[in-house]
Design a protein around this ligand. Structure first.
Ligand SMILES: Cc1cc2nc3c(=O)[nH]c(=O)nc-3n(C[C@H](O)[C@H](O)[C@H](O)COP(=O)(O)O)c2cc1C
Length: 292
């Protein structure tokens, strides 16, 4: 069993002032923590089909996630047929690893099932017309998918989420014959990591103090000197993370990669940087999500 401090060091990376890993107790991981803390996206897959029953196990894990009011407002489409998977890959940023993976699961927000139950019981289903229900469905789908991810990783499989499933949402909906009030949110490529390829490695995350605040957000509404100090503290934390990720990238042979703050700012700089997803609100409305 791995020791927790070394797992956390990998998760938070190194800076010139040392590790950003938080102190923990106890010091020994359990298998669940080990799986969670060692997550890394895998983009090099063996083409071998998954063992029989794997999809069913991943589905059971996904369905074991908590779900708002037990409404279970998500569905998924599991694609294994090479031709269909290749077409889906083309629509999802033409990412080759999707074609290579034996399984590509598209997770969807699904308000169609509840539309049926409303018709069945003669209720107007007005609640389904609100942004709240789309948000609920997106949360449910994400929680389910992440459970599937952890289950897959616990089995020694590799996964990579695919947000590019929203790049060409109309065509993807058509390819998968999605009904009204169902929309593809993201994909998940699943397969056995290719042992011949460079292994995926744990990518450091932002320091904990930047992500989790104690009791209240704290000082956000402050003015003048207090606000200035807060901004400086945040800038220092982000600079430390830029350094940790640069160190990680250098070790991966990507020493020329831009730092995180620069890359993130450019990832959202323009409409074009959304890779076609700027139409997503229109697509949701076309697909029957009124978003009131
Ligand atoms: C919702 C979501 C969508 C993503 N979409 C893509 C994608 O389309 N292509 C890709 O290569 N990685 C994608 N990723 C993987 C992220 O790039 C990756 O999780 C992030 O860089 C952190 O690396 P790690 O998962 O190895 O820790 C996605 C991740 C999430 C959560």
């Amino acid at each position: 069993m791995a020791d927790l401090p070394s797992l956390l060091e990998a998760r938070y990376g190194a800076t010139s002032t040392g590790s950003a890993a938080p102190p923990v107790s106890p010091t020994t991981a359990n298998p669940t923590l080990e799986t969670l803390l060692q997550h890394k996206s895998v983009r090099n897959f063996l083409p071998d089909p998954l063992a029989p029953g794997t999809l069913e196990l991943l589905t059971a894990a996904a369905q074991s996630a908590a779900t708002s009011s037990n409404l279970q407002t998500w569905s998924a489409v599991a694609i294994t047929t090479p031709d269909l998977k290749s077409q889906a890959a083309t629509l999802c940023g033409d990412q080759e690893f999707i074609r290579a993976a034996p399984l590509f699961i598209i997770f969807c927000a699904d308000l169609a099932r509840l539309t049926t139950t409303c018709a069945q019981h003669g209720t107007p289903g007005t609640g389904l017309e609100f942004l709240e229900m789309y948000t609920m469905a997106a949360i449910d789908a994400s929680l389910a998918a992440q459970n599937a991810v952890v289950a897959a990783e616990s089995l020694g499989l590799g996964v990579c989420y695919v947000g590019a499933a929203r790049n060409r949402p109309r065509e993807l909906a058509s390819l998968l014959s999605l009904p009204p009030r169902v929309v593809a949110l993201f994909g998940l490529a699943v397969g056995r990591p290719d042992p011949e390829a460079p292994p995926a490695t744990v990518k450091p995350r932002l320091p904990q103090e930047e992500v989790v605040r104690q009791e209240t957000w704290g000082g956000a509404g402050g003015e003048g000197a207090a606000q200035h100090q807060q901004q400086e503290e945040q800038a220092a934390k982000l600079a430390a993370y830029d350094e940790a990720l640069a160190d990680f990238n250098a070790k991966q042979g990507r020493g020329d990669a831009p730092v995180w703050t620069y890359r993130s700012a450019h990832r959202i700089a323009t409409v074009e940087s959304l890779h076609g997803r700027d139409i997503f609100r229109d697509v949701l409305e076309e697909r029957g999500f009124e978003l009131r």
